[in-house]
Design a protein around this ligand. Structure first.
Ligand code: HEM
Length: 433
């Protein structure tokens, strides 16, 4: 039986589902989530999502407040994983609870300070020359072909090599690491898990963790230059990390670092190719590259959202968030909030006052940000300088089905085919001979 009450109730449910973040599961929304974020920000900026049992925050000022004042310890315990029907992941839940992304003080402060000591500006600068060579070698390979998938052939291989270099992992394994990183991304970046692929994903995570653990053991005996050895040796005011903490946080950095940085390069190149006037400007004025990278991070934020738990009662946007409530902060929506960014839907490579939240905010601000900025600068400048006439080979970009991450599936491009020696790269010794 249906009466006026049930019509009103079903309308309310329909409008609730229209505003649910689950909309991101629809291919059309996934392809361009920004109209949906705008609708959410305008209709209900501090929205209770009954399907996700979570508040969803989309305004910039609210995002900053939540990221500053809330707790980060939110990843399910092994018992909770089993209750959620994700028993395959229960063995890894304890590991994720040791990743700094999901920790609060004092443990977060203790582990982050040790990791940060290994991420010094001097160490990042010391990697620059090798990273430049990785970019050049990959471009040398593609340049004579006149076309490539810029994601698979460049961005993803490049970031695999960058992360191996940073962490001190043998570079020969970067392809396997990329696959594990992608599968780890699919696991943590989705609302729903396909039971069909769950065993495979859990097996991939088991192998990924076993490999990192092996490397940590190997480097305990035979240190290589890189972050793992530094974490093993680090002693910040008498604080040292345990074996399990080093494995958990190395896996976080490899997994998150490869995927996110590859997405920044591929999404960023896609944004440039779709805005030829901005691309032309960047080619003509390469000195604007640092500001362009900030704008590309804001415009297509690879981490679309993150989560928190309210540490206290908070009144926000006319809503009362209770202590202990789950909150999803949509970084990508905050980055397009017109109350913070003038004309936010416009790509403006010289945008002033561009303090985006693509790397988050406050205590959990991305530790890899200086490495990402340096690696992105080398990648964009090498690609634009050495591959003249870059253009998209498709008019339909498709996106991976991951709600939490903005990740293009492929980026087929064309350019004027050139021999490696004729592309602006200083010739190698063997070519000069
Ligand atoms: C474009 C590339 C990247 C983006 C957009 C990005 C984004 C982020 C974001 C949004 C967070 C915080 C999430 C939150 O507040 O809940 C974060 C945290 C973190 N990122 Fe990145 N990341 C990138 C690359 C990297 C790389 C290359 C590394 C390491 C080599 C790295 C290491 C970390 C670590 C260790 C944390 C945890 C910090 C903490 O919880 O204190 N990231 N990243």
């Amino acid at each position: 039986m249906s009466g006026p009450g049930s019509v009103a109730a079903s309308r309310a449910r329909a409008s609730e589902s229209e505003l649910s973040l689950l909309q991101l599961l629809k291919p059309a929304v996934l392809a361009d989530p920004y109209p949906f974020y705008r609708k959410l920000r305008e209709a209900d900026p501090v929205h209770w999502d009954p399907f996700l049992h979570s508040w969803v925050v989309t305004r910039y000022a609210d995002a900053v407040t939540v990221l500053t004042r809330s707790r980060a310890a939110r990843t399910p315990s092994p018992e909770r994983m089993r209750e959620l029907g994700l028993q395959e992941l229960a063995p890894y839940a304890a590991m994720m609870m040791q990743q700094i992304l999901f920790m609060d003080p004092p443990d977060h402060t203790r582990i982050r300070s040790v990791c940060a000591a290994a991420f010094t500006p001097g160490r990042i600068a010391g990697l620059e020359q090798d990273i430049r060579q990785h970019a050049d070698a990959l471009i040398d390979e593609a340049a004579p072909r006149g076309r490539m998938d810029l994601l698979a052939d460049f961005a993803s291989r490049y970031t695999g090599l960058v992360l191996c270099q940073m962490l001190g992992l043998p570079p020969g394994n970067h392809n396997q690491l990329r696959r594990w990183a992608a599968e780890f991304g699919e696991l943590v970046g989705n609302f729903e898990h396909d039971p069909e692929t769950m065993d495979e994903r859990a097996e991939s995570l088991r192998q990924f963790k076993a490999y990192i653990a092996e490397q940590v053991i190997e480097q305990t005996a035979h240190p290589r230059e890189g972050l793992i050895s530094r974490l093993l040796a680090a002693d910040v005011h008498g604080v040292r990390l345990s074996f399990d903490e080093i494995v958990a946080n190395t896996l976080l950095m490899v997994g998150g670092g490869i995927e996110e940085t590859a997405n920044l390069i591929a999404n960023g190149m896609a944004s440039l190719l779709l805005h030829p006037e901005q691309l032309g400007r960047l080619i003509a004025e390469p000195e604007i590259l640092p500001s362009a990278i900030e704008e590309l991070l804001r415009f297509e934020s690879t981490t679309q959202y993150t989560g928190r738990i309210a540490a206290e009662e908070m009144s926000m946007g006319g809503r009362l968030i209770q202590k202990g409530d789950a909150i999803i902060v949509v970084l990508a929506a905050a980055n397009r909030d017109p109350a913070r960014f003038a004309d936010p839907e416009r790509l403006d490579l010289t945008r002033a006052d561009n303090r985006h939240v693509a790397f988050s905010w406050a205590a959990h601000y991305c530790l890899g940000a200086p490495l990402v900025r340096m690696a992105a600068k080398i990648a964009f400048s090498s690609l634009l300088r050495r591959l003249p006439g870059l253009s998209l080979e498709t008019d339909r970009l498709t996106w991976r089905a991951m709600a939490a991450m903005r990740a293009i599936r492929a980026l087929p491009v064309r350019f004027a085919a050139v021999s490696a020696a004729g592309t602006g790269r200083p010739p190698a010794a063997s070519e000069r001979a």
